[in-house]
Design a protein around this ligand. Structure first.
Ligand code: RAM
Length: 920
């Protein structure tokens, strides 16, 4: 590849070089301006990647902001941050000559940040015209409880004897009186189990399924809420209801129970500051009361039973008579494992009205919401006391149009409401379902569309990416990928949301992570989950197949699953430019590599049980041997090498030169062992499958001279299947990308647009609204794959999303400017698509690329955020063929022509919007 100089002139060159005085406001919005006319604004302030977070336990938090400019070529040359406590500056960074605007750390030399204190911060910057912006608006962040001793609350459990079969949800309550004027009140809450807290009849916060799921024994999140406006002078009441949740509910297809403990418990403290400067803490302890109410049963897989006749009206308000309530017991459970919540909480999002209410051939009353979603329904119902309404959930209808639930396996996914009479509204609290269809029983008369809606729930991550093209089926595929992500990012990345699984399968998460990072801001989500990987890794470095690990003792890691511990930190580092995740996860990455190293013989990792290329193409009647079986140990060796490489990469970023040398040496041996065992000198592999070639090529397992030939074998293999893929979970993510990299982009396009089985568009044609677990979840004759393994909402094959953004549209980041500080724009058009566009809200601002081919001309619109630069590949023979906004690119100051590579002319550009076109 042609080597080229970075587009960013050195800092001080930039200052010297600026200041053309003519304002040239042309069509593409490029403005040149003088110092006095700079107009940058500072927006989108985040602390630890969150807007105004409450409760962080990072004692040296990181601050980020965006420069918003209407002119191009805009860089920051200096910043200045102030952090204040009670309006007094406690840290003033002073003017720092630096381009850094993302994750600037609070220094260890500054005043230590204090437990539970709320700080404000502001930033201003100087740009490369010498213009200094106004101070930004003030943002806030509040510290969590930094020391175990800050927790004054006691863990409490109910004082009554529990019905050990149904385990109805315990309710806790506490009344208190406020005599003085409050200036602030902060609630710190967590539970063993799930909690929903209420103050004076109102729900605290917008989150559900709190405190979320972590490896509870080592890490238990608490949440922090500003409840100042919920507490009033006079009598007040707290009411908290618990569910069994992941803590002690039924989990896994083995129907484990009480995985983390038998009792669910509450820990809560509310810290109040009064106008007179005094403080008060109200805590859980034996003065609280306990009882049960309407929620008679609640299990993640099975659903919830609510008997509204047993509702204790007013229990969460003051002046309620709780004389017949039991007391509570304090338990001596640890607080050492408590951590502040780092990722976005699970919240309600899209709502769906029924698109059809109908009776199936079997006579079932079914509601179709038009989207396979994850969440629950909200039902308005009128009936007599004691009437029972039951809701069942399904993803699909069978070939006769009947309600189909066999693929949920043992999960009942059923909500049951017992009416108290009159008009009532029901929704569950501590369960969720994966469904498009709801079967309803017990409603007298017609169900009215207005009486039921479905609500999607998922971790409240910002949607950052958009992709769109001229092909409607591909657009539906993107929709399905995004919905697969929404429904399976429920505090942990789950394999599926509907059957008796819903677990943090490591393999699924690692194959999908880079796609996920295009669609949403998954930075904190994966930062949190990778910490759980490390927490559940064994002393020998073995990574469990599911995290949090609920499958019992871990004795082996499966290739492609265990690698979640190396792949995800690296993907997150690239996408968000976060070095800390590499630093924090480094030991975990290294331990996993050492686990493979230690269990290898002669550098060959060929022991243990592996899932292999899970769910690869396997014709039902495999008489002619068309099943694409790839040797599991060949796969294992490829992933071993991949993880070693990612460890080397991380060691380089962290400056760990000894490890770089050591693991480079190991890498050579691992690759040599691969060649000896699995490849001929000409690069023919022992498994003649697409996955074998894809992995060997993607991870550079073959020597350079034979790679081209190997790529041809891959292409020939695909053609021999009439342009169909045959890959499973492990080969699929890299398939199109390898083809594109080796000059077979058009073939990648053919795979993308293939719409017969096996392909990405086959499910789309069959009406899928999410990604299926299997290429043929539903057959062309509408019969189903085996019910034992047939989820219609599994994101793994959605990993093609990475190629859509990165290759088809062509948005990527360079490693010398991770997190899109230096982005790569390289469209890879394919014959059948006339336009494709994508945008990504990076930490610097929105990066976008959109191409269109019309009348033999390709036009490419690119927007590069302020304070970043890009290298742009234009598919042209010569630079003279390219125009920008109708003019030759030679005269444009912000663009440097760097050279040519293959079919592209390479340009470097500064921030701004550009409109290129050339013959195509
Ligand atoms: C299935 C899960 C998951 C996969 C494993 C091997 O049960 O759904 O997708 O990673 O098996």
């Amino acid at each position: 590849m042609t080597y080229f100089k970075s587009a960013i002139p050195l800092l001080f060159d930039t200052i010297k070089e600026v200041i053309p005085t003519v304002i040239n406001n042309n069509k593409s919005g490029l403005i040149r301006l003088s110092t006095s006319q700079s107009d940058i604004k500072i927006e989108n302030l985040t602390c630890e990647n969150l807007h105004n977070p409450l409760g962080i336990d990072e004692v040296k938090p990181r601050f980020s902001w965006q420069l918003v400019a209407t002119h191009n070529n805009c860089y920051q040359i200096a910043y200045e941050i102030n952090v204040k406590l009670d309006n007094k500056i406690i840290w003033a960074s002073g003017k720092q000559l630096s381009e850094q605007s993302v994750m600037v750390r609070y220094p260890s030399t500054a005043t230590p940040l204090e437990s539970a204190k709320k700080y404000t911060w502001q930033v201003r910057v100087t740009d490369n015209t010498g213009f200094t912006s106004d101070w930004s608006e003030q943002a806030i962040f509040q510290m969590g409880l930094l020391h175990t001793t800050d927790w004054k609350a006691k863990w409490i459990i109910p004082g009554y004897v529990e019905d050990s079969i149904m385990r109805p949800s315990p309710m806790f309550r506490k009344e208190f009186v406020i005599a003085k004027k409050i200036v602030s009140a902060t609630a710190f809450i967590t539970a063993h189990g799930l909690y929903e807290a209420r103050i004076n009849g109102e729900k605290v916060g917008d989150a559900y399924l709190t405190p979320g799921w972590t490896s509870y024994n080592k890490r238990l999140q608490y949440q922090v809420y500003d409840v100042t406006n919920m507490i009033k002078k006079g009598a007040n009441a707290f009411g908290v209801v618990l569910g069994s949740g992941w803590y002690r509910g039924h989990l896994t297809w083995k129907n484990y129970n009480n995985i983390y403990g038998k009792d669910i418990a509450l820990l809560m403290q509310v810290q109040i500051t009064y106008a007179d400067g005094s403080n008060e803490i109200i805590v859980t302890n034996e003065s609280w009361k306990s009882s049960t109410g309407a929620i008679r049963y609640s299990e993640i897989y099975d659903g919830e039973i609510i008997d509204s006749r047993l509702e204790k009206k007013g229990w969460d308000r003051p002046n309620y008579n709780d004389q017949d309530w039991a007391g509570t017991k304090e338990i001596d459970s640890t607080k050492e494992n408590l951590i502040a919540t780092q990722n976005e909480l699970v919240e309600k999002h899209e709502e769906f009205n029924p698109i059809k209410i109908f009776t199936t051939p079997k006579g079932e009353q079914v509601i179709d919401f038009g989207q396979n979603l994850v969440g629950w329904t909200v039902l308005k119902v009128k009936g007599n006391t004691g009437d029972t309404v039951k809701l069942y959930h399904a993803e699909v209808l069978d070939k006769n149009g009947n309600f189909y639930t066999a693929n949920l396996r043992a999960a009942k996914a059923q909500d049951e409401y017992i009416l108290s009479g009159g008009t009532e509204i029901f929704e569950p609290h501590f369960t969720w379902h994966g469904f498009r269809y709801v079967k309803i029983e017990g409603i007298k008369g017609e169900i009215k569309s207005d009486d039921i809606k479905a609500v999607a729930i998922y971790s409240d991550m910002k949607q950052t990416g958009k992709f769109e093209s001229s092909n409607l089926l591909v657009n539906q595929l993107q929709h399905n990928i995004q919905w697969g992500q929404k429904g399976n990012f429920i505090d942990v990345p789950t394999d599926c949301p509907q059957r008796d699984e819903r677990l943090g399968w490591t393999g699924d998460a690692q194959v999908f992570c880079s796609t996920a990072a295009f669609n949403m801001d998954v930075h904190n989500f994966f930062t949190k989950w990778t910490k759980d990987i490390a927490a559940d890794q064994t002393a020998k470095g073995c990574v469990p197949n599911v995290v949090p690990n609920v499958l019992g003792a871990v004795t082996r890691s499966s290739a492609g699953w265990g690698d979640a511990c190396t792949v995800i930190p690296w993907d997150i580092y690239l996408a968000f430019g976060d070095t800390s995740i590499l630093k924090n996860q480094y030991n975990s990455m290294k331990a996993y590599v050492e686990y493979m190293h230690n269990t290898s013989k002669n550098n060959l990792w060929n022991i243990g049980a592996h899932f292999g290329d899970w769910l690869y193409f396997q014709p039902e009647n495999d008489k002619d041997g068309r099943g694409a079986i790839t040797d599991k140990y060949l796969i294992a060796q490829c992933f071993y090498s991949h993880s070693v490489q990612l460890l080397i990469n991380a060691a380089k970023v962290l400056g760990n030169t000894a490890d770089v040398a050591y693991y480079n040496d190991l890498q050579e041996k691992v690759k040599a062992a691969f060649l000896q065992e699995y490849a001929t000198p000409n690069g023919r592999l022992v498994s003649a499958t697409q996955t074998a070639y894809v992995l060997a090529l993607n991870f550079d397992m073959l020597p350079e001279p034979v790679r081209k030939e190997a790529a041809k074998r891959l292409a020939d293999n695909i053609k021999s299947y009439e342009n169909h893929l045959t890959t499973g979970f492990l080969g699929t993510p890299y398939l199109c990308s390898v083809l594109t990299n080796f000059g077979y982009n058009d073939l990648a396009g053919k795979l993308l647009l293939q719409d017969t089985y096996p392909s990405w568009l086959y499910p789309v044609k069959m009406g899928a609204t999410t990604i299926w677990e299997r290429w043929d979840g539903q057959k062309p004759d509408s019969t189903f794959q085996t019910a034992g393994m047939n989820s219609f909402n599994h994101y793994s094959y959605g990993a093609i999303g990475d190629w859509l953004y990165k290759k088809l549209v062509g948005i990527d980041t360079y490693e010398d400017g991770v997190g899109y500080k230096h982005s790569k724009i390289q469209p890879h058009p394919i014959s059948e698509i006339s336009h494709a566009s994508a945008s990504l809200d990076t930490y610097y601002g929105t990066l976008s690329c959109s191409w269109k081919i019309e009348n033999g001309v390709i036009s490419i619109d690119v927007t590069i955020p302020a304070n970043t630069h890009a290298t742009i590949f234009i598919p042209a023979k010569e630079a003279t063929d390219i125009s920008e906004n109708g003019k030759s690119i030679f005269g444009i100051k912000e663009i440097t022509i760097v050279g040519k590579e293959n079919e592209y002319v390479i340009l470097n550009s500064t921030s701004g919007s550009y409109h290129f076109s050339c013959k195509y």
